[in-house]
Design a protein around this ligand. Structure first.
Ligand SMILES: Cc1ncc(COP(=O)(O)O)c(C=O)c1O
Length: 439
C-alpha cells in the first residue's frame, strides 16, 4: 500500500476505527498523490522567475487560448475557465457550497462536516462514492422505485447487491415498516449496510414528512447501536424543491451526520438540478461523521481519498462549469432567481394535483404520492405502461417514461402549467384507445 494511503488510514483509524472498517478495499488504498500536483503547487508559490511545471500552455504570461474559444466565454478569464481546476474542486466554490448547506439545513448548526469535494455531476459523485465505500457483494438498500442508473453504477459496475423495500405503505406514505424490516433482515447477514436515501425521489417525486424523516434517523441509529456499520448516503439531487407544508425541508444528512460513531453520513448533491445547470456537470460529495475531539483531520483524510479517486477517473471537473456556478451563487440575484424557479415548479405541481382531482381519471390510474422534485408517477389500472407510452408517442406526439408493467413517469419539470390539463386528457384518451382495441 502506498505510504500516503497508510498515513491517511492511520488518521482515520485513530479517530474512528469504524470508518476504516467501512472503506472499500479501493477506498483503503486511495490517497491524493504528492507527485506532479504538489510540485506544481509549490512552484506556483515560489517559482517567481520561470515556472515550467504545469501541463497547460502559456504565452505572454497568460493562459494560451484561441479567440474562437474565448469568444464564446466572454466574461470569464482563460485562467478561470480553460485551466485545470484542482481535483478537489475550486476552493471558493467548495466553501460557498458548504455555507449554502448550513443555510439550507438549519439542523446542521453546531455540527462539523467536511468541505464538499467537487465531482462531475451527481452521477460521478455516486460513482466515486461507490469506488471508495463499496466492495463487490456489499448490500445497498434502496426502495423499489428508484433512479435506474443506480443499478448500472452500484450493481453492474461495482458488483454490489441491491436490496429493495417497498417505497410506499398502504396509507401512501413512506413505508417505515418495510424499511425497518429490510434493514434488520440485511443486518443479520452483513456487518456493513449501505442505505441510499433519495428525496425528492426520482421517479415518484415523493419526499418524506418530518415524522418519517425522524423515524428513518432513529431506525438507522438503532441498528448502528447494535454494532453494525451503516453508511447512509443521501442523493439530494432535487434538494429544495419541496412543495408542501408537512414535507421535511432539510436533507436527512443533517440529522444523520453526527448521530453515532458507526453511522457515516455522505451527502451527494449538486448544482445540476438544484440550480438548473445540468450540462455544466457540477456535483459534490460531503461527509458527516461522529468523531471524538476534532474531526478535521478525518475529514481532510476523506477529502484526500475522494480527490484521489477523482484524480484517477476524470482528473478534475470542468473549471468553466465550476466558475459559472460560483459566480451565479455569489451574484446578488441568486436568491431571487432560485425562488422564482421554485415557484414555477411548485405551481406546476399544484396544477397537477388540481387536474388529477377530477374523478373521471380514477378508472384509468392511481396517482402515487408526490410533493416535491421534478417528477410524478401514475399507476395504470388496465393497460400496459410501455404499450401506452408507444401509443401516446405515435398517435399524439406525447413523450413519457414507462417503468415496469404499470407505471408512467411524468416530468412536470418540462411541462408548462397551461399544458397540464391537455396532457392528462391525452393520457386518458390513450388508455381509452387501447381498451377499445382490446375489446
Ligand atoms: C436521483 C438522481 N440522482 C442523480 C442523478 C444524476 O444527476 P447529474 O446530472 O448531476 O449527474 C439523477 C439524474 O437524473 C437523478 O435523478
Amino acid at each position: 500500500m502506498n505510504p500516503i494511503a497508510q498515513e491517511l488510514n492511520q488518521i482515520i483509524e485513530k479517530k474512528n476505527p469504524h470508518i476504516m472498517e467501512m472503506l472499500s478495499n479501493m477506498g483503503r488504498n486511495l490517497f491524493f498523490p504528492k507527485g506532479i500536483l504538489s510540485q506544481s503547487a509549490e512552484a506556483r508559490e515560489k517559482a517567481h522567475k520561470l515556472n515550467a511545471t504545469i501541463g497547460i500552455a502559456t504565452e505572454h504570461g497568460e493562459t494560451m487560448h484561441f479567440s474562437s474559444v474565448m469568444g464564446s466565454i466572454c466574461s470569464i478569464q482563460p485562467r478561470e475557465s480553460l485551466t485545470y481546476a484542482p481535483s478537489f474542486g475550486i476552493p471558493d466554490l467548495r466553501k460557498v457550497w458548504q455555507d449554502s448547506l448550513f443555510k439550507k439545513n438549519p439542523s446542521l448548526e453546531g455540527k462539523t462536516i467536511s468541505l464538499p469535494v467537487v465531482t462531475c455531476g451527481i452521477t460521478h459523485a455516486i460513482s466515486m462514492f461507490a469506488d471508495i465505500w463499496l466492495d463487490p457483494d456489499d448490500v445497498v438498500i434502496l426502495p423499489d422505485k428508484m433512479w435506474g442508473n443506480y443499478n448500472m453504477i452500484l450493481n453492474v459496475k461495482k458488483g454490489a447487491k441491491i436490496s429493495h423495500y417497498d417505497l410506499f405503505s398502504q396509507n401512501l406514505g413512506f413505508n417505515l415498516e418495510a424499511f425497518e424490516e429490510k434493514i434488520k433482515t440485511e443486518a443479520q447477514q452483513h456487518d456493513k449496510l449501505i442505505v441510499l436515501l433519495n428525496f425528492p425521489n426520482n421517479p415518484t417525486g415523493y419526499s418524506v414528512t418530518i415524522e418519517e424523516g425522524n423515524r428513518i434517523t432513529e431506525i438507522l441509529a438503532g441498528i448502528a447501536e447494535t454494532g453494525k456499520n451503516i453508511i447512509a448516503v443521501t442523493d439530494d439531487s432535487y434538494f429544495g424543491l419541496f412543495y408542501e407544508n408537512r414535507t421535511l425541508k432539510e436533507s436527512l444528512f443533517a440529522n444523520l451526520c453526527n448521530r453515532h460513531s458507526r453511522l457515516l453520513a455522505i451527502k451527494l448533491d449538486g448544482a445540476t438540478k438544484e440550480n438548473f445547470v445540468w450540462g455544466l456537470r457540477v456535483g459534490f460529495i460531503t461527509y458527516g461523521c461522529k468523531i471524538e475531539g476534532d474531526p478535521m483531520a478525518v475529514y481532510d483524510a476523506l477529502e484526500r481519498k475522494t480527490a484521489g479517486s477523482i484524480r484517477g477517473s476524470i482528473s478534475n471537473a470542468s473549471h468553466l462549469g465550476q466558475t459559472i456556478v460560483l459566480r451565479s451563487m455569489q451574484s446578488e440575484n441568486y436568491v431571487k432567481e432560485k425562488e422564482e424557479k421554485f415557484r414555477v415548479l411548485k405551481n406546476r405541481a399544484g396544477r397537477i394535483k388540481e387536474v388529477l382531482s377530477d374523478t373521471r381519471y380514477k378508472e384509468a390510474w392511481d396517482v402515487y404520492p408526490f410533493n416535491s422534485g421534478y417528477f410524478m408517477c401514475i399507476r395504470l389500472k388496465s393497460v400496459d405502461a410501455e404499450t401506452l407510452r408507444l401509443h401516446l408517442l405515435e398517435k399524439y406526439g406525447v413523450g413519457l417514461i414507462s417503468m415496469g408493467k404499470r407505471d408512467l413517469r411524468i416530468a412536470f419539470s418540462c411541462l408548462e402549467e397551461s399544458d397540464i390539463l391537455e396532457l392528462f386528457n391525452i393520457i386518458f384518451q390513450g388508455v381509452e384507445d387501447l381498451k377499445a382495441l382490446n375489446e
